[in-house]
Design a protein around this ligand. Structure first.
Ligand code: NAD
Length: 351
């Protein structure tokens, strides 16, 4: 066995149907007495409903939005000052959890995260923020939520389309975690279990959105995949999605869903051990094809074209993919990467 460094994260987890009823206990566990609940405008009504009967929640800020703009963080900070909040509860997906992290970075307030998608941000010490249209990413233990409540009931209303793409976004974290430069046996175990759980659950959710067993399995998988993302480095797939998303303003989870089978097919010759793990987790001899089929099973968009990327962007994206060299298990060949992007753009099967 190879030598490795393992650095465990310290999040405390309440997992289970109805576990949101322990919100008061969760706030007390992280040392809070006056919590500000954060949400997006979209989930404001549900957020208000959560405050009922939870005495330590002293207010709701429902202005969270995509990409964590610093202006929104500034506005939320004013609410915190005015309300003398000593704790944050982030109720929602990666956008709301991102806002809580941005506030925690500046104030050190403890966070309870209540995720309602499968993005996995609640398990990572990573924060992406935007200022003047520029997105920057940082890593700091200060932004990792102290406690996470995974309650399947809060995910039953996640629209079917978002469930599929958000779940495959989570799978992408674990796939890259398998062959990360700094991976370790513990993360590989979590990655395999997370991929298996999500790949099994997502097609069921696509057919029956309120299937509690499938939703629980997906949420469990999302937790594991998020832990992997927070613990080891990512490679080609994440780099591609980051530059494609930023350059062509493409939606986050959908872009991951389209690109993942192609990025995996590109790396496959260099990662035989990881392919073996994926064969078992996906119950398919060809994991890249299996992930492509999974995308169709959840009715996700198949092409970057559908997401709004112009065809003449393919060359630009290929140039960017080889700029600023980063670690990847297979060397970055411009022509092969151009092929990868062109197939993803057209919605073809991975090759
Ligand atoms: P999101 O948080 O942007 O949510 C999208 C929309 O869906 C929002 O309007 C939200 O209110 C709504 N929504 C969420 N859950 C719902 C539910 N159960 N029912 C109904 N509506 C619901 O989406 P996301 O995919 O969770 O997060 C994406 C963002 O998170 C991206 O900006 C991404 O960069 C970031 N992210 C960060 C990390 C990290 O480690 N820092 C990890 C993953 C994702």
């Amino acid at each position: 066995m190879q030598d490795f460094i393992y650095c465990g994260q310290t999040a405390h987890v309440f997992f289970g149907q109805g576990s949101i009823s322990r919100l008061e206990e969760a706030i007390a566990t992280v040392g809070g007495t006056r919590a500000l609940l954060l949400s997006t405008p979209n989930q404001a009504e549900q957020a208000q409903a959560l405050t009922r009967g939870v005495e330590s929640i002293i207010g709701v800020f429902d202005g969270a939005t995509m990409h964590t703009p610093v202006e929104v963080t500034d506005t939320a900070l004013k609410h915190i000052e005015a309300s003398e909040a000593d704790c944050l509860v982030a109720f929602g997906g990666g956008s709301t959890i991102g806002l809580a992290k941005a506030i925690a970075l500046r104030t050190d307030l403890p966070q309870v995260a209540v995720p309602t998608t499968y993005a996995g941000s609640e398990m990572t010490p990573i924060l992406g923020q935007t200022e003047n249209g520029r997105k920057t990413t940082l890593k700091s233990p200060k932004v990792l939520p102290e406690l996470v409540i995974y309650d399947v009931d809060l995910t039953l209303g996640l629209p079917v389309g978002m469930s599929g793409t958000s779940g495959i976004n989570a799978i992408a974290h674990a796939v890259e975690g398998l062959y990360a430069k700094d991976t370790n046996p513990v993360m590989r175990m979590l990655a395999a279990a997370g991929i298996e759980a999500l790949a099994e659950a997502l097609p069921t959710i696509a057919r029956k959105a309120d299937d509690v067993d499938a939703r629980s399995q997906a949420l469990y998988g999302a937790w594991l995949c998020g832990t992997v993302l927070g613990s080891v480095g990512m490679a080609l797939h994440h780099k591609l999605c980051h530059t494609l998303g930023g350059t062509f303003d493409l939606p986050h989870a959908e872009t991951h869903t389209v690109v993942l089978p192609h990025a995996l097919a590109y790396n496959a010759p260099a990662i035989p051990d990881s392919i073996d793990v994926l064969r078992k987790a996906l119950k398919n001899d060809d994991p890249a094809q299996a992930l492509f089929v999974l995308g169709r099973a959840v009715n996700a968009p198949a092409s970057l074209r559908e997401l709004g990327m112009p065809e003449d962007g393919i060359d630009k994206a290929a140039d960017q993919a080889v700029e600023n060299a980063y670690w990847n298990p297979r060397s970055l060949e411009r022509d092969d990467l151009r092929n990868l992007i062109a197939r993803a753009w057209a919605g073809e099967r991975p090759a």
